[in-house]
Design a protein around this ligand. Sequence first.
Ligand code: GTP
Ligand code: MN
Ligand code: MN
Ligand code: MN
Ligand code: MN
Ligand code: MN
Length: 210
Amino acid sequence: AQYEHYGRVGDIKEDFDIISYEDSKGELYSSFKHASHAMLFARNDTVLWDLYKSRAAIMMQMRFDGLLGFPGGLVDPGENPLDGVNRELEEEIGLDLCKHKLQNSDQVVSFVNKSKNLVLHFYGKEVTVNDFSEIEMKTLSAPDYGNETLGMIRPPLYTMGDGYRGLPAFLSNSYAGNSRQELLIGLQHFKILEQDEIEKAVDSWKTFMK
Ligand code: GTP
Ligand code: MN
Ligand code: MN
Ligand code: MN
Ligand code: MN
Ligand code: MN
């Protein structure tokens, strides 16, 4: 419920409701498609040009369809959402599952879109700065790199002097599913930004979009 605030923000074509992970396993959703995506991130204290706090490196991607999203994908038959996200991370970013396998406790939020018969699970995991760099390097040799995934990107988390460049401009991109909302939830859930910083960036993005 604490995330309702970001529900439907800017996602005109998407209609997702938050559901608990427990509920998502119910009979009602057994005929739905499930997909799982994950936000890997590393906090850092870097200040850019003596001006902007970097806060964290977060891994998102440019997808084959021109939309931004998180690594992850559809849960295959016989898999649970956690198996699915770990397999997709191996395929899409070459994640070393011996070192960085996600756990059930890394689930952050789940959504349902009843008109699309789709349940989306969102995971998040903090890694060290060194591990993040190592993971990021390896994405270039991942099995799906160059076809399904067209490059990993780090969202800027600061807002620049004109009030738009930085995070607000990043939010104005086109996103797969409700991954823009997931990014905002991730920033809030892991306290990467203060609540008022997130709200200001959202307001600025929406103001400039008008
Ligand atoms: P294939 O391996 O080609 O089948 O694709 P995939 O399994 O990797 O699936 P994909 O990542 O495209 O995700 C499947 C569904 O989730 C689609 O409906 C997407 O619109 C949606 N989706 C894609 N990326 C994200 C994301 O980062 N977050 C959320 N919530 N949904 C996403
Ligand atoms: Mn330059
Ligand atoms: Mn995939
Ligand atoms: Mn995918
Ligand atoms: Mn897949
Ligand atoms: Mn695939």
